[in-house]
Design a protein. Sequence first.
Length: 421
Amino acid sequence: MNTLPPDIEDLRLRTRDFIRTVVIPAEPAPGDRLSEGERDRLQAAAKSAGVFAPHVAREYGGQGVPLQFWSPIFQEAGYSLIGPTVLNCQAPDEGNMHMLELIGTPAQKEQYLRPLVSGAARSCFGMTEPHPGAGSDPAALRTSAEKVDGGWVINGHKRFISGANNASFCIAMVRTPAIEAAADGGTSSSPAGATMLMVDMDTPGVRIGEQISTMDRAIGGGHPHLHFEDVFVPDSAVLGSPGEGFRYAQVRLGPARLTHCMRWLGLARRAMDIALDRTNTREIFGSAMHELGIAQDMLALNVMDLETSDAIITKTAALLEADAKAGSALSSVAKAHTSEAVYRVIDRSLQLCGGDGVSDRLPLASYLNEVRAFRIYDGSNETHKWAIARRASAARRREVEAGAPFQASVDTAAAYSSTEA
């Protein structure tokens, strides 16, 4: 871990102790879900221990940790699959809390943020849709909202809405038309585009549809279809401003991608500890496992993946605070790298544990199920790599157009060869 301010380091150590002494002994069997009763009991214990909701301002019931220091705390929480749920820093609630805190109105913060931080409410984020609707390409958004007197009427179909079964409200991303300002000043103008609307799940016309069974279990509330059928919400339901939803989405998605990386990196550290304990205590072919070259190579690769992931997460978190746009772009790099690195660490750790690794005597097989999905969630890695490559190409073109030396000239390469000769 990097050097931290004393108060953050104190919280990290207390979180570490709480996860190991209270949370891990209460973990369900590998592959099982945390029960509602245990969730409530453990969250109450986390509040008493002063480690609950580390990422939210103290005025709303959190610990007030700045974003640049979330990673050490989230990694400690993620050391247990249920740790983020117990500390109330699990997706999708964590990302919704962050966005509400930044752009919600005072009334929205009281109605939605405060209960969400306390654990009394849960939430979901309504973005993904059945094909050909929005998925990796948000521009394909089809769910729409029509402006009516006093509010909006939503119609559309979402799918894979994580947490919807247990949610009290949904932040729904919808397509809205351009609105012209009223002559009497009663209505302000807004561009056509996407708008985020706060929708209580018990609003008439909101319907949870078909359930989608997935390989992961850590995020409570399932991943079902969600239908909006002539759902009316008042003007006060707009989060931010109409037509600006895609811009606001970056407020949520950049940090949300990164916090997934933080939590899963904590789990990868747990997997590595399991592998180290195994190789430190097992002998094979007359030698301790940790002294065998093949095992050493796998352990060394694990350390390399852990350290590089930690470094890119730390850099991205600092950049998100200094320059949100640049930080959001770098979060694509962090997400694509870390999601693949974490999988490799857990896979190697499982391999080092042999038959026990693929059994339910150890939790490693369930860890693989959890982290495999991350290469698809929050935008598939292929989509992120496409965006990363496009940004790199465009940036280099701008540099060359501004006068930077062109490096791919065959004549230049020949000149270098001649000089060396």
